[in-house]
Write a protein that binds this ligand. Structure first.
Ligand SMILES: *[C@@H]1O[C@H](CO)[C@@H](O)[C@H](O)[C@H]1NC(C)=O
Ligand SMILES: *[C@@H]1O[C@H](CO)[C@@H](O)[C@H](O)[C@H]1NC(C)=O
Ligand SMILES: *[C@@H]1O[C@H](CO)[C@@H](O)[C@H](O)[C@H]1NC(C)=O
Length: 221
């Protein structure tokens, strides 16, 4: 390395240190109830990165969908850049998800979040037309066990239900429900069908793309 480059690297490192020092003083958001709000999440205009906007509501963190529906955040893992939100409640008498009027969950595609590949989605109370899809709607689909054994799914038993792994062949910004189609859903993170149904990790795992590093080495000789 020539000296000019060395100087550049040193300067860059110094800058990075300064930036992280400054951000640790000014950019971290205050705790929300008992929850830390890790960077880059932002609970108000003065902290975090505004592209990672979440809400602090009565000591609970909430993640907003594109339509402005708020999902409770159950956990945040900064090592894997992922967070788990609580699936919407299922209203038992109508077997409908509380976000049915929004068409399910939709993420803003201009923001750095998507739905990860670790979610198994259970679609409930589906119309016959679902059988034309490639989803598993057989009598031993995992959704049957959910309906049979979990109180929350008990209002959904009379009609078809299906499950699928939300892998890369699926739209990663959307889980869709609608009246006339499937009216309710839930999701399980890293499902192990052998585990008892009540031990499944109910949630929707989202992933985020970290903000760009501030320091880019230019004019390399
Ligand atoms: C699924 O169960 C229903 C009712 O128990 C039965 O009528 C139907 O034939 C079964 N379908 C398959 C594919 O086993
Ligand atoms: C549907 O899912 C059940 C439970 O995981 C599995 O036993 C069955 O083989 C699947 N059926 C199809 C058609 O993939
Ligand atoms: C979601 O975003 C992450 C990080 O940008 C990326 O690695 C992953 O492949 C994306 N997942 C899907 C299902 O598109």
């Amino acid at each position: 390395m020539d000296t000019k480059l060395k100087m550049l690297v040193m300067l860059c490192l110094l800058l990075l240190t300064l930036v992280s020092l400054v951000s640790s003083f000014h950019n971290g958001c205050p705790k929300c109830g008992n929850f830390e709000v890790p960077y880059p999440f932002s609970t108000n205009e003065n902290c975090g990165d505004l592209r990672y906007k979440i809400y602090c509501n009565n000591g609970n963190l909430e993640f907003p969908s594109l339509q402005g529906f708020h999902y409770k955040i159950l956990s945040i893992d900064t090592n894997t850049n992922s967070l788990i939100i609580r699936p919407p409640m299922i209203l038992k008498d109508t077997c409908s998800s509380s976000d049915l009027s929004q068409g399910g969950i939709r993420l803003d595609e201009t923001l750095p979040f998507n739905i990860s590949k670790h979610n198994t989605v259970l679609l409930l109370n589906c119309a016959e037309s679902i059988l034309r899809s490639p989803l598993n709607c057989s009598n031993n689909s995992l959704c049957r066990q959910f309906e049979d054994e979990m109180e929350e799914g008990s209002g959904c038993k009379s009609r078809l239900c299906c499950h699928y792994l939300k892998d890369s062949s699926m739209n990663s910004h959307f889980i869709r429900v609608r009246s006339g189609g499937c009216t309710a859903y839930t999701s399980v993170v890293n499902i192990n069908p052998q585990d008892p149904i009540y031990q499944w990790n109910y949630g929707i795992e989202l992933q985020w793309l970290p903000p760009n590093p501030n320091c880019v080495l230019e004019n390399n000789p």
